[in-house]
Design a protein around this ligand. Structure first.
Ligand SMILES: Cc1cc2nc3c(=O)[nH]c(=O)nc-3n(C[C@H](O)[C@H](O)[C@H](O)COP(=O)(O)OP(=O)(O)OC[C@H]3O[C@@H](n4cnc5c(N)ncnc54)[C@H](O)[C@@H]3O)c2cc1C
Length: 384
């Protein structure tokens, strides 16, 4: 069987859903989204903590956030669909002199670009997040406009908007390969059919490298498992939903329901698609650090835990744009732990690229795959 589309998007996470809406709204023609699971947001998006911030160390990430965050905070106002958003700030606690220097430089860059981010003392930080341990804090960086929002709400919201504009979203359909002929992408092949299309968008999250390989494109992506825990109520639970991060360890928490949601990376992390919960890591590394950073957590009981995958690139910046050697094959991958918040604008710039030939909302010319060949990489330092 064979049919045609103007654009096929592989992956029904927040990036694929945003791309579908923005492409349909930009007049890209017949847009088809293929998601292999039986629901949207089943990949990294469903495991995500929902944070958004403009406190990054690189100019392009700051600019992506400046364009994307208002698309989250004004989503309901603009589109009339519900989205749970709390703009209670991100608070980075820095307990290392060298790292503090990096935060001071990043803050200068953020402010020069118009971001309202403040450097605070330990005591000022403790006023914003009562109960945190202040010992060893050299300084803190606070972005009052940062916050958290519901990843499923945003994904389903964009999917609804895309469907209203005629996009077709198909669940339980795995793309086996991107079809390339004469050096140009020609569509995709699923188990049951071929869909002919001059444009294919790879929005396959941590699995994007596998799809790209079928098109002969090598995407440097590593799937890195990250744990998330949610507690029940406990004495001293924060009232505000400020996202607090211990910058050295990457431990973070924010109020969720009656308890908190928290997570942390590991210095021993290795690339794998395995998403089994590691009870040893939780008991011996994550929870002791949690109590060290926020002592009231001593009294908290963990009610849920899960593991999701970060999709890491070598420079911790996303790869956005047409694959240089396969015209028509577009990449929106490698968000390195911050793809939820950038998904709105990424969908928009993809639509601009595909429909108008040029991204105008944000200059993404430095985010192409070719940068890894040129080897001039600038690393994003603020990865949570
Ligand atoms: C624990 C955790 C916490 C995070 N916290 C934050 C945060 O606070 N803020 C933030 O901005 N980001 C955060 N992130 C990162 C964010 O979740 C991701 O960057 C983002 O969700 C990526 O979206 P995506 O649509 O590209 O990928 P995904 O959500 O993974 O979607 C890709 C989809 O493609 C499908 N797929 C793959 N291959 C195929 C195929 N061959 N055929 C059909 N379908 C296919 C998958 O099933 C999946 O549903 C976090 C991630 C994790 C794991």
């Amino acid at each position: 069987m064979s049919r045609t589309a103007d654009v096929v998007i592989v992956g029904g996470g927040v990036v694929g859903a945003s791309a579908a809406y923005h492409l349909a709204s930009a007049g890209a023609g017949r847009v088809v989204v293929l998601e292999r699971e039986d629901r949207l947001g089943a990949g990294s998006t469903g495991a995500c903590a929902g944070g958004f911030r403009t406190q990054f160390s690189s100019e392009v990430n700051i600019r992506l956030s400046q364009a994307s965050v208002p698309m989250i905070t004004r989503f309901t106002e603009e589109h009339g669909l519900p989205l749970d958003v709390a703009q209670h700030g991100y608070l980075f606690l820095v307990r290392n002199e060298g790292l503090w220097g990096e935060f001071v430089r990043a803050n200068e860059l953020q402010r020069s670009l118009g971001v309202e981010a403040q450097l605070l003392s330990a005591d000022e930080a403790a006023k914003l997040a009562p109960g945190i341990a202040v010992d060893g804090i050299v300084g803190a960086s606070y972005g009052p406009g940062d916050g958290i929002a519901d990843p499923s709400g945003l994904t389903l919201g964009y999917a609804t908007l895309a469907r209203r504009l005629g996009a077709e979203i198909e669940l339980g359909v795995e793309t086996r390969r991107a079809v390339v002929d004469g050096g140009h992408v020609r569509g995709v092949e699923t188990r049951d059919e071929t869909i002919d299309a001059p444009v294919v968008v790879n929005a396959a999250g941590p699995w994007a490298g596998e799809l790209a390989t079928t098109a002969g494109v090598d995407v440097p992506l590593e799937p890195i498992p990250r744990h998330v825990l949610v507690t029940g109520a406990f004495p001293g639970v924060p009232e505000r939903r400020t996202l607090v991060i211990d910058a050295v360890s990457s431990f973070y928490f924010h109020r969720e329901g009656t308890g908190v949601l928290m997570g942390m990376g590991s210095p021993n992390e290795r690339p794998t698609f395995e998403t089994r919960v590691d009870e040893r890591f939780i008991a011996e590394e994550l929870l002791p650090k949690a109590v060290e950073v926020f002592p009231p957590l001593e009294e908290a009981a963990v009610e849920h835990s899960w593991v999701g995958l970060y999709e890491m690139t070598p420079d911790r910046h996303p790869i956005i744009g047409e694959a240089p050697w396969v015209p028509g094959f577009y990449l929106a991958n490698g968000f390195s732990g911050h793809g939820f918040q950038h998904a709105p604008v990424v969908g928009k710039v993809l639509a601009e690229l595909i429909v108008q030939g040029r991204a105008t909302t944000v200059d993404i010319s430095g985010l192409g795959l070719e940068r890894f060949r040129a080897g001039e990489l600038v690393r994003e330092r603020h990865v949570v």
